[in-house]
Design a binder for this molecule. Structure first.
Ligand SMILES: NC(=O)c1ccc[n+]([C@@H]2O[C@H](COP(=O)([O-])OP(=O)(O)OC[C@H]3O[C@@H](n4cnc5c(N)ncnc54)[C@H](O)[C@@H]3O)[C@@H](O)[C@H]2O)c1
Length: 317
């Protein structure tokens, strides 16, 4: 993900330049830094504290995020942290507290779907009244294969976390309960199916299947009192070859969400230059982690779990 963000900045974000890269694996750092002429530095701290670095992107493994974000906040630097903000809700709340103490919004969490033209258009069908009062949402999220979500809880905190942020944003509503089930009883519980309830009375189903085999597939259907709105993968070219009529399915999220990443990064870079970050906040990151935690508990308990949130600091109003 980090290497792809570097490529996107170099090709499509003229207001930013990648000046330094750190990766735990030095060869990986050189492979990512060399094509764009960036320096490779010896530690995350050296990169964050460097006077030639204005803003930082964190794309290391999930468990490293919260601590690295706190280092960026302590240095007073803007930071875009890949999702999830943390692995546990407590850890995420620690970041919220650190940002509030600092008194400036410096953190954006990498929930890039909020920038995806398709999801933005889907949201508009709700806000402009096209579909009427929303009753149901059906979300699907499938990867061909996954190397990052490899255990039951990680599927929720690392992959389903996208749906757990998208749903409240789409509906301008709050998730109050979640039940997660899986048809797999032995081994890695993949796929998982979440049933989600919102404060406003909407029910949501979210299927996440990270080893679906055939390709990358993200869909979402909103069902309202006046009609439905469906976000389906759109391909420009449908072929009929060798007796087969069909459209290709993309391989992975990089191709599927290319526009979303580009808009996310250019918006973030522009706002970091002017000092006003308006994207998904530390609070949004904490909320997604809190819902994910209830989801992990539900997978074990087999029943609906309530989501309990701490008080929202006025800072994020
Ligand atoms: N927004 C999205 O759509 C999206 C998609 C994929 C991944 N992600 C997130 O991006 C992050 C990276 O995922 P990935 O698939 O690229 O993983 P990856 O395992 O392919 O890459 C992680 C890199 O981090 C390096 N690393 C490990 N520990 C480190 C440390 N302490 N400091 C610095 N570097 C370290 C590794 O050497 C590796 O090169 C994850 O948090 C993942 O959840 C987000």
């Amino acid at each position: 993900m980090g290497a792809d963000h570097i490529r996107t900045i170099a090709s499509s974000v003229p207001s930013a330049r990648v000046s330094a890269v750190y990766d735990f694996n030095r060869d990986t750092a050189y492979a990512a830094a060399s094509p764009v002429g960036a320096d490779v530095v010896g530690s995350a701290e050296a990169l964050i504290e460097s006077s030639s670095v204005d803003a930082i992107i964190i794309a290391s493994p999930d468990r490293t995020h919260a601590e690295l974000v706190r280092t960026c906040l302590a240095a007073g630097k803007h930071v875009l942290c890949e999702k999830p903000l943390a692995v546990t809700a407590d850890e995420a709340y620690g970041v919220v507290e650190a940002e509030v103490v600092g008194g400036r919004r410096l953190l954006q969490v990498g929930f890039m779907r909020r920038y995806d033209p398709g999801f933005v258009a889907l949201r508009r069908t709700i806000t402009d009244g096209t579909v009427g009062d929303v009753r149901l949402v059906h979300a699907i999220h499938r990867n061909a294969s996954s190397s990052t979500s490899t255990d039951d809880a990680g599927l929720i905190t690392g992959s389903m976390i996208h749906e757990l942020d998208t749903i409240p944003w789409l509906l301008d509503d709050e998730i109050v309960g979640i039940r997660v089930e899986s048809p797999v009883v032995d081994g890695f519980r993949d796929p998982q199916l979440a049933t989600i309830w919102t404060r406003g009375g909407v029910m949501v189903t979210a299927e996440v299947f990270v080893n679906a085999g055939y390709g990358y597939d993200v869909r979402c259907e909103v069902v309202g009192s006046r009609g439905t709105a469906s976000l389906v993968p759109s391909e420009q070219v449908s072929t009929r070859v060798a007796g087969v009529d069909g459209v290709p399915v993309r391989d992975d999220f990089v191709a599927h969400f290319a526009d979303a990443y580009r808009i996310e990064l250019s918006t973030w870079a522009g706002e970091a230059l002017t000092g006003d970050t308006t994207g998904p906040s530390a609070w949004d990151g904490y909320v997604a982690n809190a819902v994910a935690e209830a989801g992990v508990a539900s997978l074990a308990s087999g029943v609906r779990e309530a989501v309990s949130l701490r008080e929202k600091p006025a800072f994020y109003a």
